[in-house]
Design a protein around this ligand. Structure first.
Ligand SMILES: Nc1ncnc2c1ncn2[C@@H]1O[C@H](COP(=O)(O)OP(=O)(O)O)[C@@H](O)[C@H]1O
Ligand SMILES: [Mg+2]
Length: 343
């Protein structure tokens, strides 16, 4: 059954200038649609629910937002930005600007974005709360890569703040100092920024979806399963696995309910809520974990504002828990409208 909003709202859908979707996908291939699929799915669904949606594309000029706010006077900004001026970390600055403009927005607040986007900083905070995270070390750009003795192989080397599995392949797993140095330098060159080497956590890859500000809701734990994983290959979300549809079919990628025991599910839900609060997240987030054979969950990263593309892990897990896509978008809007900065 189609969900109609009780109160139709005037919404600015804020997105990257290059990702402003067309009104229809007729005649386009999956590959052509992929880059702006989330923007398309969200806008079409919000309109279908009775809301008025103004798509605003942004690259590097805040004047675009200021003028849109002045002329459109929206009830809320639906934030789908993942970068500003080519910088991942600038999305928090744009959200700060929305706060200064006193306009409600969807998704995470600037402080939560700042803490979660730094894969080392968030782990330092979680260690304080005695939440299990992999051991790690950060290697700055241009510095010699020297492994602290406490950090034992195997290690997984990745960018400190990139998203979407950028720079992650099977070669990211290092078993000696030489390959560690090589891989860290590869990340330096590729991302123009620091690399983090983390203790490689063997186990199942499990995602937890959380929605809310003060009262939090968690959903069915979701698992990344690679059915035809070659003998000895690691079950990690490489960039090829994440973005190459053909490869996904070939290796039998399945994103599905994790079917954990009720005790493990409760443990994960409690843990996810603690992490969400410790990192000051708001709106909605997907937390990426590895679960060891002993049933211990290690947080790999927290993703505030995860992809809302229909069929992606976060909306799928939510839908599987009984909340359809359109109702999820409304829930996200309601949390945006009711978010209080000072609480
Ligand atoms: N410490 C780790 N142990 C095991 N696997 C890891 C570790 N860090 C990353 N991975 C693998 O790499 C993937 C991407 O890493 P992640 O930190 O989530 O970066 P991204 O922001 O690019 O998604 C994870 O989903 C997981 O499969
Ligand atoms: Mg991830």
């Amino acid at each position: 059954m189609k969900f109609i909003a009780k109160k139709p709202l005037c919404i600015i859908a804020l997105m990257h200038e290059d990702l402003v979707p067309p009104d229809s996908t007729d005649g386009l291939t999956d590959k052509e649609i992929q880059p702006w699929k989330m923007e398309y799915d969200v806008c079409v669904t919000l309109e279908g629910m009775g809301h008025t949606v103004h798509k605003i594309g942004l690259r590097s000029d805040l004047v675009v937002i200021r003028e849109a706010l002045d002329t459109i006077k929206p009830d809320i900004v639906f934030n789908m930005l993942e970068e500003f001026d080519g910088q991942f970390l600038f999305d928090q600055n744009v959200v700060s600007y929305l706060e200064l403009k006193k306009v409600p927005y969807t998704g995470c607040n600037p402080r939560g974005l700042t803490l979660a986007h730094d894969k080392a900083l968030c782990k330092k905070i979680l260690s304080y709360h005695r939440i299990p995270v992999p051991e790690f070390a950060v290697f700055q750009y241009g510095r010699k890569v020297k492994r602290p003795k406490r950090l034992k192989f195997p290690l997984l080397v990745k960018s400190l703040d990139a998203e979407g599995s950028i720079g992650i392949s099977h070669a990211s797993i290092c078993n000696d100092d030489e390959s560690l140095a090589e891989r860290a330098q590869f990340i330096h060159r590729q991302s123009d920024g620091p690399a983090i080497a983390e203790q490689y956590i063997k186990g199942r890859e499990i995602y937890s979806s959380v929605v809310g500000n003060e009262r939090l809701q968690t959903f069915v734990p979701w698992e990344l399963v690679i059915e035809n994983l070659p003998e000895g290959a690691p079950n990690i979300a490489t960039s090829k696995l994440k973005w190459d549809y053909e490869y996904q079919k070939k290796v039998g990628l399945k994103n599905q309910p994790a079917n954990l025991s009720p005790e493990l599910e409760r443990k994960l839900s409690r843990l996810a809520k603690r992490i969400y609060r410790a990192l000051y997240l708001s709106g909605y987030a997907r937390l990426d974990f590895r679960m060891t054979e002993e049933g211990e969950f290690y947080l790999l990263e927290a993703n505030p504002n995860p992809s809302l593309s229909y069929g992606e892990d976060f909306p799928e897990a939510v839908e599987h828990s009984g909340v359809p896509y359109d109702e999820l978008l409304q829930l996200i809007i309601n949390h945006g409208l009711h978010y209080h900065r000072n609480r």
